[in-house]
Write a protein that binds this ligand. Structure first.
Ligand SMILES: NC(=O)c1ccc[n+]([C@@H]2O[C@H](COP(=O)([O-])OP(=O)(O)OC[C@H]3O[C@@H](n4cnc5c(N)ncnc54)[C@H](OP(=O)(O)O)[C@@H]3O)[C@@H](O)[C@H]2O)c1
Length: 252
């Protein structure tokens, strides 16, 4: 499929409602754009309220379409149960159900061996990548519709290890375990749970993780978003449980 074709809108998700965490940049923004092009209504979150309002203005009128979609932008810190609670209090008057949840918000830490990694940095990464995924999922389950889809953005770091990334690796290994349990628990509700495992993707996260990383081989956030959209659009009785999207030129 050509790049131009992959960006065509066909409104296949018209009437659906998706919540995307970490929607202002990188993979979350690319997934939000892909859903918007399919006329999916969006609930967008991140901590930075001004970035959120810029993105929601852009996505309310998706490029290449004449359609408008409903976009609710609500700042939320996924590490904080009260903030997650406030997010869902803002959602309920607008939407009675959720069709798609994209748990994407995540952070990395500077590449440091365990003896140099500070405890606050460890806790922040675990709180964002692991606690955040739990808190948002738990709140969403109350309104998730039967037959819906949850995508947890993990990483290839969920089942591989890289020295210098202890907290990131621990958070993603933990999130993979959580994802696998959730999948089994939600089978009776026919809710598909997809573990997304991207390889190196060209986003701002590398400014923290490895500022000198060579971006030449990285995949684009749009390529990851295309794979996510294709998985969501599978017939509801089929699923991709583990979605690895990798640079075809090999690892960095
Ligand atoms: N880039 C890669 O190579 C790669 C590979 C595999 C997996 N991933 C995963 O993909 C996900 C997205 O990463 P990215 O590369 O797209 O990074 P990014 O460009 O830095 O985007 C991260 C997003 O998460 C939000 N966020 C961070 N902390 C948050 C918090 N406490 N509460 C709510 N939102 C928060 C950020 O907005 P605010 O700062 O405004 O909150 C931003 O919208 C992460 O889970 C990451 O682990 C990335």
């Amino acid at each position: 499929m050509s790049r131009a074709n992959s960006k065509k809108s066909s409104a296949r998700l018209r009437g659906n409602v998706a919540l995307v965490t970490g929607a202002t940049r990188g993979i979350g923004l690319a997934v939000s754009r892909a859903l918007a092009r399919e006329s999916c209504n969006l609930i967008l979150t991140a901590r930075d309220a001004s970035a959120l309002s810029r993105v929601s203005e852009e996505l309310a009128k998706p490029r290449g379409t004449r359609a408008t979609i409903r976009v609710l932008a609500q700042a939320c810190d996924v590490r904080d149960p009260h903030s997650v609670d406030a997010l869902f209090r803002a959602i309920r008057p607008e939407h009675s159900r959720l069709d798609i949840l994209i748990n994407n918000a995540g952070i990395a830490h500077a590449n440091l061996p365990v003896d140099k990694l500070s405890f606050p940095a460890w806790k922040d990464v675990l709180a964002t990548n692991l606690d955040g995924t739990f808190l948002v999922t738990q709140a969403a389950l109350a309104i998730m519709r039967r037959g819906g889809t949850i995508v947890n953005n993990l990483s290839i770091a969920a089942n591989r290890v890289f020295p210098g990334s202890a907290a990131y690796i621990a958070s993603k290994h933990g999130a993979l375990g959580f994802t696998r349990v959730l999948r089994e628990e939600l089978r009776p509700r026919r809710i598909r749970v997809i573990g997304l495992l991207p390889g190196a993707t060209d986003t701002d996260i590398w400014k923290v993780l490895w500022p000198q990383a060579p971006h030449r081989k990285m995949i684009s956030p749009e390529a990851v978003a295309q794979a996510v959209l294709d998985a969501i659009l599978l017939p509801s009785n089929a699923t991709i449980e583990s979605l690895e999207v990798l640079p075809s030129g090999g690892t960095l």
